[in-house]
Structures are given as C-alpha cells and as structure tokens.
Ligand binder design. Structure first.
Ligand code: HEM
Length: 416
C-alpha cells in the first residue's frame, strides 16, 4: 500500500526522546540537538507533557516556586506517571500516604526536607572513611580476576553498602534491599510486563516493611544511624510524623542506589574512552573531583525531572495546562550550546560546571554531596588499583532501556 503523503502521525515526543528508543540510547545528542534547534519547549501531542531541552529555560523552570513536584496534579491520561501512582496506591492502605520530600509541596516540603536533610547531611559529611572501606572491600572481592563487569561487580556494590550503615540497615539485609530497590524501576516504564509491575509493588512493600520494623527497633533501642537520629529529632520536638520518617527513609535508599552506581559506571566508561583525561587524573588525583562533575554533565544518570503546574501558563512560547509534566531533559540541557562552550567535549577541567544532573531549585538532589564523594572514591580507587584497566569489548556501550535513566547495562573490563 502506498504511503499517504498527507498523513503525518502524531509525534510521540516523550517516547521518541526517551531511553525506550534504541536510537536515542545509541546517539542521544543527534536527536536532542535537533529537537532543541526546532523548539526549546514543545508539548507532546500524545501525553500531557512539555519537553524542555534548553539549559536556562530548564533550570529556571525547575527553580520556579509556583510549580509543584507532586505528580498527583497530573491528569490520568499521563500513563508514564500512572505507574508510580499505581505503586503508591497499592501500598497506601498498609503503609500510609507517600509523603516523601520528592512530592511534598511548599511549607510541608521545606519542613520535612529541612529535618531529614539536616540529619542525613551530617552523616554524609562524616562518611569518607566508610566510603573508603566500602571501595576497598569492593576491590578486594575482585582480587585475582583478569576482568569483570564494572556495573554489576563493582559500581552496584558501592552505594548500597554506604547507605546501609548510614541509614541503619544491617549488612546481611543489603542484598535483599538492593533487589527490592532495583525492582522498583519498572514503575517508570510504561512498556513493563505485569509481572515486573507486581515485583515493583512487592519491592516497595518489602522496603517499607523493613523500615517500619527498623524504626520500631530503634525506638526501643537507639543505634548510631540516621533512623535513630530522626527518632531522636522527633522526640526533641522536630515536627515530623512517623509516616514521613518511614517514607523518606525509603526515598533516600531508592534515590541513592542506582543513581550513584550509574555515575560510577558512566565515569569509568568516560575515562577509559578518553585516555588523555585519565592520564591527567593519574598524574594529579585531585582532578577526580572536577572529573566526576564533568561525567555528571556529560552523561547524567537521571535524564529527566519534572514539575507539575497547578494552573495553565506558557514556557518559552509553549502553552501548558494544569497538571502537564513540564519535563527537562537533563542530557539536552547539559549540552545546550547556548550555555556551554564546546558542549560535546568531555573536559575534566571545565570551570564552572553548573550542570543540572542533580536538578535545581528547592527539590535539588539532597544526596549530591554523598554521591560526589562516592563517585570520586570509587573511580579513583579503581584507577589506582588497576593502572592497566581497559575496556574488554568493542563497539557502542550497551545502555539500559529504562526511561529517565542513563546507565550502562554492562561494561566489561580487563585489568592486565
Ligand atoms: C549521582 C547520583 C545522583 C543523581 C544523578 C541524582 C539526581 C537527582 C535528581 C535529578 C533529583 C531531582 C531534582 C529536581 O527535580 O530538581 C534528585 C532528587 C533527590 N535525590 Fe538524588 N541523585 C543522586 C544521588 C542521590 C543520593 C546518594 C541520595 C540520597 C541517599 C539522593 C536523594 C535524593 C532525594 C531525597 C531527592 C528528592 C529531593 C527533594 O525533592 O527535595 N540522591 N536526585
């Protein structure tokens, strides 16, 4: 049948420019640069969402206090958001409302984030020796091997083993917590199977049940961990409910695991494919700090973050409606030629480097200082231990097909 030249199917903007599209995974910036050149903000005709690809527009939108991060404002036609809503609804009767700082608004957000971030960042600031121990242990497990997968055998073993002791989870529980956390990612994927979705719900139940028991245990006998800190703060009058403590412990665990593992994997991959940058770090290890931030700019582990307006408006000439997911593509913003000199050059001495990998505004990532410390220690530790580290395979690295995530499925290396 001859194609009808009059017929133009609706452009599925959010899908085409998501990690579900193999073309985007292979070469994201060919598509994202073309999109930005066409429109820095465009409404998707198939989902109530606006895609923003420009740095300044994206940063200002994320920082706009009038916009909410609560996806409950999104209409039911937003089938991407619906996955998360369904998981929340499935556990609400048993575990209460999803009151994480990610979705709380205005004063409620400031109150809860203030209490949780204060306690969490105090622990993160002391975490350097713990991180060094975790990195050493991850390296020790690889001793004697001629090669291994950076993602599953190194990067994924670090953040959970740092977060565990910080939050108060026992070492023996971490493999289970990790499996529950990873099962949750399918909630974001509209192409998931029902089985994967059931696992996401089971994972959420598992984590919330675990923290509910842990809170009860620490209330009876305090320990040296964040759960005990939050219970103590509550006891001293900090205005935070039991339910808010529970759900925010869940948020810290889930937000801090794969994101940071992907940062480590991406940064190793970038340094092995940019030998001159690696040589500079080997000559001057202090360069690992700007190198990790450049890796965050160049390959941000989270590629999208959104706000939900409570009334209609306009952004960069593009009209939006109440509840539209105003979504910044962080990969695109971090390589916007209007904001960055040579945006597609991986330059570890780039200064300043105000990338959007951790978002912006009042919801900006609370774990950024910890993620940076972990990324720096994990990558430097690996380079120091294996001076001959090199990639063991040819071809484009395999990126995972998880929407909103830029993370490698595997990255095989040889060490001699
Ligand atoms: C490289 C690693 C990480 C990346 C790329 C990352 C990225 C992000 C992004 C993009 C946001 C949304 C910000 C916005 O919408 O403006 C966010 C929020 C958040 N992140 Fe991270 N994150 C990382 C590590 C961590 C870690 C280690 C933790 C804690 C253990 C954490 C906890 C959170 C929390 C609780 C929020 C919600 C903050 C709020 O809404 O007030 N993240 N992160």
């Amino acid at each position: 049948m001859a194609a009808n030249p009059q017929f133009a199917p609706p452009r599925m903007l959010m899908f085409t420019l998501s990690e579900l599209n193999p073309e985007l995974r292979r070469d994201p910036h060919a598509l994202l640069d073309a999109q930005r050149a066409q429109a820095i903000a465009e409404r998707d005709p198939t989902i109530p969402a606006v895609l923003i690809t420009a740095y300044e527009t994206g940063r200002d939108m994320l920082s706009d206090p009038k916009l909410s991060r609560n996806f409950e404002h999104a209409p039911p036609e937003n089938f991407i958001i619906n996955g998360i809503r369904r998981v929340n609804a499935a556990v609400e009767a048993e575990f209460g409302k999803h009151e994480t700082m990610l979705v709380l608004e205005d004063g409620e957000h400031a109150r809860v984030r203030g209490i949780v971030a204060k306690a969490f960042l105090a622990r993160a600031a002391q975490a350097r020796p713990l991180i060094e121990r975790v990195v050493d242990a991850a390296l020790a497990r690889l001793e004697g091997r001629a090669g291994f997968d950076i993602v599953s055998e190194y990067a994924c073993r670090i953040p959970i083993h740092v977060l565990g002791p910080i939050l108060g989870c026992a070492e023996g529980d971490l493999d289970q917590l990790r499996a529950w956390t990873e099962a949750g990612q399918s909630a974001f994927d509209p192409t998931r199977t029902e089985e994967a979705f059931a696992n996401a719900i089971a994972g959420r139940r598992g984590i919330l049940g675990y923290f509910r028991d842990l809170i009860a245990a620490r209330r009876a006998a305090p320990g040296d961990d964040l759960v005990s800190d939050l219970i103590a703060a509550q006891g001293e009058g900090a205005p935070i409910s039991d339910n808010e403590i529970l759900h925010n412990l869940f948020a810290l665990l889930v937000a801090g695991h794969l994101t940071t593992a992907d940062l480590i994997g991406n940064c190793v991959m970038l340094l092995l494919t940019h030998p001159e940058a690696r040589a500079r770090i080997e000559a001057d290890p202090a360069l690992i700090a700007p190198a990790v931030d450049e890796a965050l700019r160049y390959e941000p582990p989270i590629t999208q973050t959104a706000r939900f307006p409570t009334s209609g408006g306009e952004i960069a000439g593009c009209p939006y409606h109440k509840g539209d997911a105003l979504t910044v593509n962080l990969m695109a913003a971090n390589r916007d030629p209007a904001a960055w000199e040579n945006p597609h050059t991986f330059d570890i001495t780039r200064r300043p480097n105000p990338h959007l990998a951790f978002g912006a505004g009042s919801h900006m990532c609370v774990g950024a200082p910890l993620a940076r410390l972990e990324g720096q220690a994990a990558v430097l530790g690996l380079l120091k231990r294996y001076p001959k580290l090199r990639r063991a395979e040819e071809g484009a690295p395999p990126w995972r097909a998880t929407p909103g995530v830029r993370g490698l499925a595997t990255f095989e290396v040889a060490v001699d």
